[in-house]
Design a binder for this molecule. Structure first.
Ligand code: GDG
Length: 483
């Protein structure tokens, strides 16, 4: 029987070692949810790193981990601390992440990290080959594994491989600056189907393949000597019903059943009214435009002082990659900005910014989505941005205004949102005022259209569309013996 092999840097679960037993906690992240329809039943396995480095495991624990993973149809790729340093923190997050998000000044190219990236990708390839059966289909995810498709193909020329990139693919002028540009492109072109969130990223990739490798492009196909690679866009959706239904249940709760955070929000009145909430949620990452957002909010309060005491920014920043220096610097900058802005404007009954630096449980996320009149999402670059979609899905009464950066993949599908340039503080301030004063009928009209689309193009549809396209590719390759 043939199966699907999903591969990502991290497995969709977390492991906790307690003395001699292992606890598995399934991830609730976008990818894990998205792949539910693909990773179910007995016809799939998921290959990735378990989150525990080899140094933390003696042979007995290693055995326990393997057994625990097997129960979830997962297979671990063993990685050491120094491999995680060079491959994950180093090349993936100090080179590829900033470059692909146009932060060229943050992009470091370290030869040792590049070598570790190659050897770790080879480790993943070896585990895949060990687990590969006749007629299996492979789906590789994201920038940590750009070399994997070619490495697998070298050993198994006829296997069907799909690859999906969750972050932007930069324009040719930016991509060409990386020394190993040819190796990265060739790595990806080992796949049969390469998917991106948007048409722009797809065109950028095709242009790089053509100009750097001199390959012939026919519409969205790259013509290799003995194969054709299809390149296409598959905008990732969310589990719409999960957010919509959780918000419905939340809205119907009696006061006493509400979470502590929700009760505090409801009781927090300024002169008898609750200040309107402007929400932002992101990992603490320089690509997300958090510092820009704070400065723009300060500018908004200076320009429109009538909103003092009437509006408040609720900012959830989730800790991320905190051992990469740029992330530590950013954390300091944000702490200082929040302190300065709160110091400048606060009144006894009102502080302009509520800042949470932590991860919150799902039900608190729903508290924030349902309580906020406006969502202000200002990434400088973002492959998609699922928070924008989750906010709209959680607005059961269809009220609420989404302000969204034009630099996100999501803005391409969400034209009814208020689209802004994250570097234009004037525009952000004016748009905030416009959002806070928008008549309810207009909010409902915009959100009706958005919700309809998000419900239809949900994450299950995204995964199924990708798999169907890959299956079609597989069948046509067989028919015309292109491989
Ligand atoms: C990458 C790309 C692309 C956030 N805080 C909490 C929490 N979250 C959840 C959100 C959302 C997810 O994390 C964040 O997704 P994003 O899409 O906004 O951003 P990245 O993490 O950067 O993801 C991005 C994505 O991959 C998918 O391809 O859209 O462009 O950068 O689902 O709800 N969840 C909980 N507590 C939190 O505090 N439970």
């Amino acid at each position: 029987m043939s199966k699907t092999i999903i591969i990502s840097n991290r497995l969709p679960l977390q492991l906790e070692i307690n003395n001699n037993s292992i606890n598995t906690i399934p991830s609730v992240g976008g990818l894990a949810t998205g792949m539910k329809s693909v990773h179910s039943g007995s016809d799939s396995i998921w290959i990735g790193w378990s989150g525990l480095t080899e140094e933390k495991l003696d042979p007995e624990k290693r055995n326990l981990v393997q057994k625990a993973l097997k129960k979830h149809q997962c297979v671990g790729v063993p990685l050491t601390e120094s491999e995680i340093d060079g491959f994950y923190y180093g090349f993936s997050n100090n080179t590829l992440w900033p470059l692909f998000h146009y932060f060229m000044e943050y992009t470091e190219f370290d030869k040792d990290n590049w070598e570790t990236y190659q050897s770790v990708n080879q480790k993943f390839a070896d585990v895949v080959i060990e687990n590969l059966g006749e007629n299996d289909t492979i789906w590789v995810h994201d920038y940590q594994l750009l070399l994997l498709p070619e490495m697998i193909r070298k050993k198994k020329p006829n296997v069907t491989i799909g690859f999906f990139l969750h972050i932007p693919f930069p324009s040719y002028e930016v991509f060409r600056t990386i020394p190993c540009r040819e190796e990265l492109l060739k790595g990806l072109l080992g796949a049969d189907l390469i998917g991106f969130h948007t048409y722009d990223y797809e065109r950028h990739f095709l242009s790089s393949a053509q100009r750097i490798l001199g390959l012939e492009i026919n519409f969205n196909n790259v013509l290799l000597e003995n194969r054709i690679v299809k390149v296409d866009s598959f905008p990732m959706g969310i589990d719409y019903d999960k957010f919509h239904n959780a918000a419905k249940i939340h809205n119907e709760k009696e006061k006493k059943d509400k979470t502590e955070i929700q009760q505090k929000i409801d009781e927090h009145l300024v002169n008898g009214d609750r200040a309107k909430l402007i929400l932002s949620i992101d990992r603490l990452d320089y690509t997300k435009g958090i510092a820009n957002r704070l400065r723009a909010f300060e500018y908004f309060l200076d320009k429109y002082p009538q909103f003092k005491g009437k509006a408040r920014l609720v900012m959830l920043a989730v800790p991320s990659r905190s051992n990469v220096p740029q992330y530590q610097l950013l954390k300091n900058e944000i702490d200082q900005l929040v302190g300065r802005i709160n110091g400048k404007f606060s009144e006894v009954s009102w502080t302009p910014i509520w800042y949470f630096y932590r991860s919150m449980p799902f039900e608190n996320l729903i508290d924030l989505y349902t309580s906020s009149e406006v969502a202000l999402l200002t990434p400088i670059r973002d492959g998609m941005n699922l928070v924008a979609k989750e906010y709209i899905a959680s607005r059961v009464d269809k009220k609420g205004v989404l302000i969204l950066s034009e630099m996100t993949g999501a803005s391409k599908e969400m034209s009814e949102a208020l689209i802004i340039n994250p570097n234009n503080f004037e525009e952000i301030a004016d748009t905030l005022k416009f959002a806070l004063e928008m008549p309810e009928e207009e909010q409902i009209k915009r959100n009706t259209a958005l919700q309809k689309r998000l419900k239809r193009y949900n994450v299950e549809k995204w995964a199924n569309d990708f798999m169907e396209s890959l299956e079609t590719k597989k069948n046509s390759a067989k028919k015309y013996s292109l491989k």
